[in-house]
Design a protein around this ligand. Structure first.
Ligand code: HEC
Ligand code: HEC
Length: 365
């Protein structure tokens, strides 16, 4: 058995593994063992609780979140009046769209993997979980706040392609929306571009993934994870995955070039497009592995369809030796224990514009 650094109650007591223990740093290191008696939660890294939600999330008025929800599902936000944010970020596809690369306006109401149209984007739609904790958004870190980001798909020629100022005028003519905006923003009760972005941002800050088996395990319920899942977690750490996909969020602001397969006809310089630095070419953000199972195909260009293949690719990039059993166990750990089954977005039955909602194929989830 390889030498391991076990963190848990025992390590917290002994100060093993260089964890954040200040007072006990003189203590003996932990012995090499799987689950020493009395340890109820062993992890290969210091246990860090899921971060508390910041005030910006907890203080958002319910009316603002609800307005954001209706806007998120309303295709009035697009030039063809058929494309909503939810077309590409659907609760039926883990807040992505099940496509390798998203398809913008001009493709009809149909969403999900069958969507085809003239505006195929160059990137895969990310799952929108735990955005409230992020320092940068987008695969290349090109946006810093959810308010700023919300305008990008609206303005993009190949996504929704609307002028936000004209859109706001249109929304103001719909009595239900003007009423909702004034409740959502009592201090500035206007239908404005800022408030439109603010409502979308407030809604998206409610997408939290923190109720996985892993979360229960580190909170002190070791029986939740099987022996194989625990083994997968240790191999995940042994192979260095946690250095970029860092617990408890299993992501980080690290940008790295993982040499993912290229897609014909798609040019993407990644982080270089933001920094202008040649050494950032092909670098993308270390995205979250929480809820990975529902957000395939994988990587910034959706070039890998199968989850195990994506994980195998990442193992290859580690430069370390690994075998099929590593792939199996790490897949199991990510797939089964980082999964939070709650449906964050609840699709409204109707939206204030009266337009039909995007259609995801029945039984698609
Ligand atoms: C045509 C499909 C499409 C539509 C419509 C769309 N998005 Fe996206 N979204 C994407 C893609 C693709 C990306 C990744 C783009 C990139 O990284 O350059 C993305 C990225 C994002 C991100 C950043 C996520 C992250 O993890 O960094 C947020 C937030 C987001 N979209 C919200 C929205 C909102 C709000 C709307 C509606 C106003 C919207 N999207 C409409 C496809 C879409
Ligand atoms: C040096 C940082 C780094 C390390 C170490 C790392 N990753 Fe990644 N990982 C990334 C980046 C960056 C991406 C996005 C790459 C892209 O799309 O071009 C990624 C993407 C992924 C994806 C696809 C996610 C998605 O939603 O499409 C999976 C799965 C994954 N990594 C698993 C792993 C595993 C398993 C390990 C350990 C063997 C690992 N990674 C190690 C940085 C890292």
């Amino acid at each position: 058995m390889r030498a391991r650094c076990i963190i848990g109650v025992f390590a917290l007591l002994t100060g093993a593994c260089g964890g954040p223990i200040e007072t006990l740093s003189e203590a003996e290191p932990a012995p090499d063992a799987e689950f020493p008696a009395g340890i109820d939660r062993a992890t290969p890294w210091p246990v860090t609780a899921f971060p508390a939600l910041p005030l910006i999330a907890t203080d958002a008025p319910a009316a603002r979140v609800e307005l954001g929800r209706l806007l998120f599902f309303d295709p009035i936000l697009s030039i063809d009046r058929e494309t909503a944010c939810a077309t590409c970020h659907s609760e039926r596809w883990g807040m992505g769209d099940g496509l390798p690369r998203s398809v913008g306006h001009g493709a009809g109401l149909r969403a999900g993997p069958g969507r085809r149209g003239p505006n195929t984007l160059r990137r895969n739609a990310p799952a929108l979980y735990n955005l409230v904790f992020r320092e940068s958004l987008l695969w290349d870190g090109g946006s810093r706040t959810l308010e700023e980001q919300a305008l990008i798909p609206l303005l993009s020629d190949d996504e929704m392609s609307v002028d936000p100022a004209t859109l706001v005028e249109e929304l103001a003519k719909i009595p239900e929306y003007s009423g909702l905006f004034s409740h959502a923003f009592p201090e500035d009760p206007r239908v404005s571009v800022e408030n439109l972005a603010g409502a979308l941002a407030a809604y998206q800050r409610t997408f939290i993934s923190n109720r996985s088996t892993y979360d229960g395990y580190v909170e002190g319920r070791p029986q939740l994870m099987s022996v194989d899942e625990v083994e997968g977690m240790f191999r995940f750490a042994d192979l260095g995955c946690h250095e970029c996909h860092t617990p408890p969020l299993f992501e980080s602001e690290i940008f790295a070039n993982r040499n993912v397969p290229e897609v014909d006809g798609v040019e993407d310089r990644g982080r270089e497009e933001q920094t202008g630095l040649v050494e950032d070419r092909g670098k993308f953000r270390a995205v979250t592995l929480r809820n990975l199972m529902s957000n395939g195909p994988y990587f910034h260009n959706g070039s890998v369809t199968n989850k195990e293949d994506a994980i195998r690719h990442e193992l290859t990039q580690s430069g370390m030796l690994f075998d099929d059993e590593d792939v199996r166990l790490i897949t199991l750990f990510i797939d089964k224990t980082l999964r939070d089954e709650r449906l964050e977005a609840v699709r409204p039955a109707a939206v204030p514009s009266g337009l039909p909602l995007p259609i995801d194929p029945p039984g698609s989830r």
